[in-house]
Design a protein around this ligand. Structure first.
Ligand code: PEP
Ligand code: MN
Length: 337
């Protein structure tokens, strides 16, 4: 259920509704909008009695929310959300470019790549310190040492850092260093991790599970918002299909589908989405064209020797060329880069 406040409602009126909601053992989520504040109510088992809230001062109307996902839905918040990662806005008119290696391998490697992507125009640095690998024998990441390296790269380049937390136990450490916490495809339905991310003060980039439907994807985001963290960015990274020419099938159609239902920003990751270096630039251009709010791209200065995801990592030179193309495309789409 959604309580929509009048546009002249005072902060005290909003507090009054929150108190009334909480007094019933429910959770209130005030969502300020351009015109008026709405207050989402969660935690109710069945339908709530609208008249209880309709009579409170400052309330315009009370509307039932028809979808299972509520807080992520445009029914609750009409305007697009802009999530700040450090000083970088994700969502809105600007296309955000997240770039960096799949995994942090060493200080030298991270600084080379970070400096190069920064010079080419990236806004955010990515790099995994904790890697969810298919094989237990593959490189698992440098752990805390990797986080320290990312922090140093941030100090040197000014780029805010995005890095993955793979489990609840590791969340606190990642939060200490990261400007945004990534939740990976394999963890999209790790509900305890989602709830923990919902209690984090840091923005979260939630990647789509490799077999997740749109509804499952949005419900996972709903877990994070329902715990009080509204700073969520979605990321399409390809789903598994019968296609045998790429690692995954990048589902670009999900971008307009998300935009229709949800106010959350969505990035596209063409690196995991294709698994092949030569396909990253074409799919990046396509992602911008379908309305993605930005891109997440794996870059490595020596991709054939990368410790993870080398085949899909592009070189700094390729990245520079791609950003140049995106700069030309963005204005045509009414966006800036
Ligand atoms: C990654 O970003 O390196 C990663 C592991 O991505 P995904 O969770 O989408 O596979
Ligand atoms: Mn990777």
């Amino acid at each position: 259920m959604l309580v929509v406040m009048r546009n002249d409602a005072s902060a005290e009126d909003v507090r009054g509704v929150v108190t009334a909601v909480e007094a019933r053992g429910l959770k209130a989520h005030p969502i300020p909008g351009a015109q008026r504040t709405a207050i989402g109510i969660t935690g109710n088992k069945g339908a709530l009695e609208a008249p209880i809230f309709e009579s409170l001062p400052g309330v315009l109307e009370v509307i039932p929310v028809s979808h299972a996902y509520k807080l992520v839905s445009r029914e609750v918040k009409l305007e697009d959300s802009v999530v700040m990662i450090g000083d970088v806005p994700v969502g809105g008119r600007r296309l955000a470019v997240v770039a960096g290696p799949c995994a942090v391998e060493s200080l030298e490697q991270t600084l080379i790549v970070a400096t190069a992507v920064k010079a080419a125009g990236a806004h955010l640095l990515r790099g995994g310190a904790f890697k969810p690998r298919t094989s237990p024998y593959s490189f698992q990441g440098l752990g805390e040492e990797g986080l320290r390296i990312l922090a140093e790269a941030r100090d040197r380049t000014g780029l805010p850092v995005v890095t993955e937390a793979v489990d609840v136990e590791g969340m606190e450490l990642v939060e200490e260093y990261a400007d945004a916490v990534q939740i990976g495809a394999r963890n999209m339905q790790n509900f305890s991790l989602l709830k923990r991310a919902g209690r984090s003060k840091k923005p979260v980039i939630l990647k789509r599970g490799m077999s997740a439907t749109l509804e499952e994807f949005l419900m996972s985001a709903e877990y994070i918002l329902s715990e009080g963290n509204y700073q969520v960015v979605l990321c399409e990274r390809g789903v598994r299909t019968f296609s045998d020419f790429s690692r995954n099938t990048l589902d670009l159609a999900v971008v307009p589908a998300v935009k229709q239902i949800s106010h959350l920003p969505i990035l596209v990751d063409p690196s995991h989405g294709t698994g092949r270096r030569e396909k990253v630039a074409p799919l990046s251009r396509a992602a911008a064209a379908v309305g993605a709010d930005g891109l997440m791209i794996e870059v490595h200065h020596d991709p054939n020797r990368a410790l993870s995801d080398g085949p899909q990592s592009i070189t700094p030179e390729m990245f520079e060329g791609l950003v140049k193309e995106l700069r030309q495309i963005a204005p045509v789409l009414g966006r800036i880069l």
